[in-house]
Design a binder for this molecule. Structure first.
Ligand code: 4AD
Length: 567
């Protein structure tokens, strides 16, 4: 037996054995206990390293009556033979412990045997299952009962529940919805059934029934499967879909696994809603005879300030990812008339807020021969029209109910508030920007307090973009508008555009912009100018508002923000 100093205490390197600890004196076997300085773990039962308790000594000698136990109760008196009562008590305790230990060992052995038997059974069952082959009975394809529909369906295993040995419920997902499938008897005895995992792809054939009274299934229907095939097996064990992430996973994990996360109920519903919303925008513009264009995304001009440009080399020349397609849309007015696009815009703003993305879907429209009030009207018509269309869409209304049950369509007309009035509103209420300690220039707090859409109008020239038209009655202000929505803040930015050639040249100069690359844009003011205006709406912010999502990172497909360009 050796002892080693671990830094904390002496550690016995080997398990103490009875023969090692027993001292032999005058042919008598002795074990030592010191109630003052002994130690049950690190002690050795010797005079120098005694145990602490008589029970520990009893354990070491396996309850032997042959070996003498010496006990030291105080250091002056020294070791004395244990009292009869003390020995009896220690023995009784030891016997109790022994009984428990033996019982525990027996139980463990029994459980191990059962487990092995089960594993054997499972392996046997799996082996036998390999020989069970299902046959696709084509004749079943002809439904005999008129109220039953016989259908084959392919999809992903969204959920899987095994009930005993003879029943298995699958919820299949195929993008159009979910369908519960019931696999009974032989159908769920096959090797593929026994080893089926979530997210595997399968093709099932069976009769579509209404679910029995009191039972629940998506859509109230259930496919009773009589034949099915495994198409693609998803991993089991460590790699099992369910082991990859859960609601509590770190956001970084969820962004890394976004390609799997979008298979989940919430993410897929939001993506579906996005599609329905985008379709509603398109229908709205179509109903107003506004033509869709697809703009270039690689450009050589900025729209919303040089600070947020993503630049790259384009065959050796300086180019950017577009911040907005507005300037290009202005060039289609004399070509196809009022136009719109739904295209990607890019902003290299190092913003880590829940409302900013580095790439977003931008719905932009441009109208010729309009005035500022027409522009506001167009925006209001569009927002309310899209909301109405989504609510009238059967899937849209269903998803809206699930994702944002408290949603109420905005009432018209939207509140109109000049910028100066908003500043006064905030200052009157002493609403201070927590970051800067200054009264707010503009803030979502106001929108949230007012709790309805606001047209915030007529921003000062110096805080808006170069292309904005000035107000006729106050040249310090622009004919501009931001639409603010409760919970999200700005979802639309728009304005009337400069229509006068010289005013535009002055604006380039004021902003330090080289007019040369803008020749095609400037030409619009030369070759038949007109009063015109337009706006841009961020689809992700609109979806976040409609669905009450916390962040725009949740309302796009694969979010891009500082530090994230994957997957
Ligand atoms: O206010 P913005 O910058 O206006 C423009 O780009 C104009 N040229 C549009 C136009 O008049 N055609 O952007 C318009 C909208 C914002 O209100 C917001 O909804 C969205 O685009 N947006 C962003 N969305 C997510 N992340 C960002 N970084 C965004 N920047 C703007």
């Amino acid at each position: 037996m050796t002892f080693e100093w671990t830094g904390w205490h002496w550690e016995q390197k080997q398990q103490t054995t009875t023969s090692e600890i027993i001292m032999e004196t005058d042919n008598k076997q002795i074990i030592h206990v010191c109630e003052v300085s002994g130690h049950d773990t690190n002690g050795a039962g010797t005079e120098k390293m005694p145990f602490k308790t008589a029970l520990r000594a009893m354990q070491a000698i396996n309850g032997s009556e042959e070996i003498q136990i010496l006990v030291r109760k105080d250091l002056v008196e020294g070791f004395k033979e244990i009292s009869g009562a003390g020995k009896k008590k220690a023995k009784k305790l030891w016997e109790g412990e022994e009984k428990k230990r033996v019982k525990a060992e027996e139980l463990k052995a029994k459980e191990a045997a059962e487990k092995a038997a089960r594993a054997g059974d499972d392996a046997k069952r799996l082996e036998e299952a390999k020989s069970i082959k299902l046959v696709n009975d084509e004749s079943l394809g002809v439904a005999t009962k008129p109220n039953l529909i016989y259908i084959p369906i392919s999809g992903w295993v969204h959920n899987l529940r095994v009930q005993g040995k003879d029943m298995m419920f699958l919820v299949l997902r195929d993008g159009t919805g979910h369908l519960q499938c019931l696999l009974k008897g032989r159908v769920c005895h096959t090797y593929d059934a026994l080893t089926l995992t979530r997210e595997s792809t399968v093709k099932v054939y069976g009769m579509l029934n209404e679910v029995p009274e009191g039972k629940k299934a998506p859509g109230g229907h259930e496919l009773v499967v009589d034949y099915w095939e495994l198409i693609g097996r998803a991993p089991s064990g460590e790699e099992n879909y369910e082991n990859q992430f859960n609601e509590e996973s770190n956001p970084e994990v969820l962004y890394n696994l976004r390609h799997l996360v979008i298979r989940g109920d919430r993410a897929s519903s939001i993506l579906k809603m996005r599609s329905i919303i985008i379709k509603a925008f398109r229908s709205h513009f179509e109903s107003k005879q506004v033509t869709e264009i697809t703009p270039p995304l690689m450009v050589q001009t900025q729209v919303e300030g040089g600070a947020t440009l993503f630049g790259f080399k384009y065959y050796g020349e300086e180019a950017y990812l577009t911040q907005s397609s507005q300037l290009y849309l202005e060039t289609t007015l004399p070509s196809v008339g009022d136009s719109f696009c739904i295209a990607e815009s890019f902003r290299a703003e190092n913003s880590h807020t829940r409302r900013h993305l580095s790439q977003f879907s931008h719905c932009e429209a441009e109208y010729a021969f309009i005035e500022f009030d027409d522009l506001l009207q167009n925006i209001e018509d569009m927002i309310c029209g899209v909301v109405e269309a989504v609510m009238n869409d059967p899937i849209g209304s269903q998803l809206l109910k699930e994702l944002n049950p408290d949603f109420k369509p905005p009432s018209r007309p939207f509140k109109r508030m000049p910028y100066t009035e908003a500043i006064a509103w905030l200052n009157e209420r002493n609403i201070i920007n927590e970051k800067t300690g200054q009264p707010f220039a503009f803030e979502r707090r106001m929108t949230d307090t007012i709790n309805e859409p606001i047209f915030l109008c007529k921003f000062p020239v110096e805080i808006k973009s170069f292309y904005m038209k000035r107000c006729a009655d106050d040249r310090r202000l622009t004919e501009s508008v931001d639409v603010l929505m409760p919970g999200v803040g700005e979802i639309v930015g728009g304005s009337m555009r400069i229509s006068d050639y010289q005013e535009l040249m002055d604006a380039y100069k004021r902003e330090g912009i080289d007019a040369a690359p803008y020749y095609w844009f400037t030409d619009q003011r030369k070759y038949g100018t007109c009063e015109h205006g337009g706006f841009g709406l961020g689809i992700e912010r609109f979806v976040a508002w409609l669905l009450n999502c916390y962040t725009v990172r949740e309302t796009c497909w694969y979010p891009r923000f500082p530090g994230r360009c994957q997957p």
